[in-house]
Ligand binder design. Structure first.
Ligand code: HAM
Length: 426
């Protein structure tokens, strides 16, 4: 036997009680996003590398050091998607969906970034995201932000903060960038090493630095909101008014810049203090230039993505879900019982019951023990006599009471089973 293998660094298995939380999130998302008429989209997990380098920006951490890029056997450079937006935009352009008016979609799936793994940060992680194409109306920004908050509220996640900023249009950002570089250049030697590199590559990201000295220098730095054009300013005010009108509170964070280059105007994050350094559960904003950058017609757009691992960790803090056991366990032992066990299990499943069939060859006592341990309410017991007569024993595990049920007639009566199981009508 070889050495047992382990999951790759930064990846994890999701199973057991945890999977129930993932299913709950997905179910709520389908419900809430469906009610707002968002359509699900599933795009490929790998795309041409160029899509991400052009879309997300060469100077970003994601593109410069975190992508899983490989050459396939046809000598194409491909990359495992580090985020969902670029692929959705590629699909939107490829299928000319810009001809169909405003488009709203959502997606859920794994993303890949070669990051240093730590709590809440993985190399394969999952995002649930939404994107809206074709509207520059601030109500679209408000709608997507509200949907994220409503999803989180429906899952009873509390203690979250909506942090809001506007990064302006391209021109605004260019002017701000120049002012920021002017301000920071005299302090260049005092900045942390990362920020020194960013000063020329991606100065806005310096605003994100956690280094205390850099933060102190930033205290008196020019602020992005002071560089907004009147149009971007008005848009931002309307987003705020819309959120307030829906009863959502937010905190303005003039230093909020996102790790991807495509944002324009609204940028936001929904953060928590419960997850240590990985505070952002949701991140998103408007990206009015991306469709054009990727070769489509100028199309305004806005969206967000939620980190599912982070959300599920928050849900786990509220208490784990328990895995429901089978309602009925089918035990069989002895000659000529195997086929009948298959048929009985099938019949009961056709009634809509959750049924597990024993396939262990264990003695009947052990099979009953397992039924009990799994939390089943009933155990169907098929021995040689039952197989010969078609009169089958059903033991109700809570009371020990037994019934004899004729096969197949008695296994086609949903009301009787539901009443006995105490689950009411299906
Ligand atoms: P992002 O901020 O890079 O934005 O990622 C969104 C969320 O994904 C984060 O807030 C976080 O919860 C989660 N996340 C990111 N990286 C990791 C990781 N390594 N491990 C665990 N969770 C992680 C985007 O990706 C944009 N595409 C969002 C967007 C959509 N903007 C407009 N539309």
């Amino acid at each position: 036997m070889g050495e047992p293998l382990q999951a790759s660094r930064g990846t994890r298995d999701i199973w057991g009680a945890e999977i129930l939380l993932w299913q709950r999130v997905e179910q709520q998302a389908r419900e809430i996003l469906g009610r707002a008429n968002y359509q699900e989209i599933r795009t490929p997990i790998f795309e041409a590398t160029e899509l991400f380098s052009r879309g997300i920006g060469e100077g970003t951490d994601i593109v410069s050091k975190e992508m899983y890029t490989f050459t396939d056997r046809g000598n194409r450079s491909l990359t495992l998607r580090p985020e969902g937006t670029a692929g959705v935009v590629r699909s939107f352009i490829e299928h000319k969906r810009f001809q169909q008016g405003v488009q709203r979609c959502w997606y859920l799936g794994p993303m890949f970034r070669y990051e240093r793994p730590q709590a809440g940060r993985y190399r394969q992680f999952h995002q649930l995201g939404v994107e809206v194409f074709g509207s520059d109306d601030p109500r679209a920004d408000v709608e997507v932000i509200a949907l994220a908050l409503e999803l989180l509220q429906s899952l009873q996640v509390t203690a979250l903060t909506l942090e809001l900023n506007s990064v302006g249009d391209l021109d605004d950002r260019c002017r701000y960038r120049a002012a920021l570089v002017d301000y920071l250049t005299p302090y260049a030697q005092e900045l942390d090493p990362d920020s020194q590199v960013r000063l020329h590559k991606n100065p806005l990201r310096i605003l994100d630095s956690k280094d205390p000295k850099t933060q102190a220098i930033l205290q008196d730095a020019p602020q992005l909101p002071d560089y907004l054009s009147p149009a971007a300013q008005a848009h931002f005010e309307q987003v705020q008014a819309g959120l307030a009108a829906l009863g959502f509170t937010y905190v303005l964070n003039p230093r909020l810049v996102r790790g991807l280059d495509y944002y324009t105007r609204t940028a936001f994050e929904i953060t928590t203090t419960a997850l240590g350094a990985q505070a952002a559960v949701v991140g998103g904003g408007r990206y009015d230039g991306l469709v054009e950058t990727l070769g489509g017609p100028a199309t305004p757009a806005v969206g967000w993505a939620l980190g599912l691992e982070r959300l599920v960790t928050l849900l786990q803090k509220q208490g784990d879900a328990t895995i429901p056991g089978p309602e009925v366990y089918v035990a069989a032992f002895g000659e000529g019982t195997a086929i009948l066990a298959l048929q009985v299990a099938q019949k009961l499943r056709h009634l809509g019951l959750r049924v597990e069939m024993d396939v262990s060859h264990s003695p009947v006592g052990k099979q009953l023990k397992r039924a009990d341990k799994l939390g089943s309410k009933a155990c169907v017991i098929i021995g040689e006599t039952e197989a010969a007569t078609g009169q089958i024993l059903v033991k109700w595990l809570a009371t020990g009471v037994q019934d004899v049920v004729a096969f197949p007639a008695g296994f086609a009566q949903p009301e009787w089973w539901r009443e006995k199981l105490g689950t009411g009508p299906a």
